[in-house]
Design a protein around this ligand. Structure first.
Ligand SMILES: Nc1ncnc2c1ncn2[C@@H]1O[C@H](COP(=O)(O)OP(=O)(O)OP(=O)(O)O)[C@@H](O)[C@H]1O
Ligand SMILES: [Mg+2]
Length: 285
């Protein structure tokens, strides 16, 4: 396995003051539960914002794990992503500041679970999230959407609203199960709702050294080639602890293995949008 030296990249490409906003919209999606979508969305958001990029995380899952990961209490929030897609509410009203620089969140609550059914009769129901995002996208470098573990109308809304999808794949025996179905859905959305949609990359998560893991890595490399991120996210209990403490790992234990890996991953993502202009980390994507 081509394991990169930890901490090799010391200096992220910090955003310069007058750089224009990048306006990138990325969905973190997989219908499989527990593969690391929320952990990836939360920590990618945290690192990109720490590099100086204005970033907003949209929690688009009724489980509201991303909302809790920022110590926000779902029951105490009035305007959420639900109001945006059901009542066409002004998205600016749902944006919450966090204590971290450049980092905002549009929260969700359990109420969102009803939205799939309520949206059935709504006009242009696949585009409700896109309509909301269009009203704010110019003010951000990155808009990251944390999707629920299903391929229902919420995920379709996310895929219709974004340009790029990142798919986390967990280190487990059934890891590739269902990926074909996800890719098929992405193709269908691309054909019918969003011609710009692309799989930006596939992220191997919760890695721990074993023969099985080597096999999964090789399968991913064979299936996804250079779309597989070079960075591999290790299984690291600090990531789990950080979210249970309501913090991105960067602000919980920035030197743990999970934090270092998510920093490298975030730089890999960022670098792929900057056309490798000023930054050569030897990454291929
Ligand atoms: N690299 C990791 N090492 C250890 N624990 C992890 C790692 N990544 C995620 N976890 C933990 O695994 C659990 C599932 O992760 P996460 O919530 O990110 O998955 P998910 O795909 O968003 O799940 P769901 O489909 O339910 O939304 C969480 O308890 C999380 O803290
Ligand atoms: Mg989740």
């Amino acid at each position: 396995m081509n394991k990169k030296e930890e901490n090799k990249i010391e200096n992220p490409l910090l955003k310069k003051e007058n750089d224009p906003y990048l306006n990138k919209i990325i969905a973190i999606a997989s219908q499989k539960g527990g593969v690391g979508k929320t952990t990836t969305a939360v920590n990618l958001t945290a690192f990109l914002s720490s590099f100086g990029y204005k970033t907003i995380l949209i929690d688009f899952d009724p489980q509201s794990n991303a909302t809790s990961a920022f110590s926000l209490i779902p029951e105490e929030i009035n305007t959420t992503v639900y109001s945006l897609i059901i009542y066409n509410e002004d998205p600016n009203k749902a944006i919450l500041e966090t204590i971290y620089p450049n980092l905002k969140i549009i929260p969700s609550t359990r109420q969102l679970a009803g939205a799939e059914v309520e949206m059935v009769t709504v006009f242009k129901r696949e585009f409700r999230l896109k309509d909301a995002i269009q009203r704010i996208e110019e003010q951000y470098d990155f808009i990251i959407i944390d999707c629920p573990p299903s391929l229902g109308l919420l995920t379709i809304n996310a895929l219709a609203a974004c340009k790029d999808v990142i798919i986390p794949i967990q280190n487990s025996y059934f890891s590739l199960e269902g990926v074909a179905q996800l890719l098929n859905t992405i193709d269908l959305v691309k054909m019918s709702l969003n011609s710009k949609l692309e799989v930006k990359g596939v992220l191997f998560t919760m890695y721990s050294r074993s023969r099985l893991a080597e096999g999964i890595y090789n399968d991913l490399k064979n299936n996804f080639g250079n779309k597989l991120y070079n960075t591999i996210i290790p299984k690291n209990v600090r990531l789990d602890e950080a979210s249970s403490h309501g913090k991105p790992v960067l602000y919980y234990d920035k030197n743990c293995k999970g934090s270092i890996a998510y920093k490298e991953f975030s730089m890999e993502v960022l670098n792929s949008y900057l056309d490798n202009k000023n930054f050569d980390s030897g990454l291929t994507i």
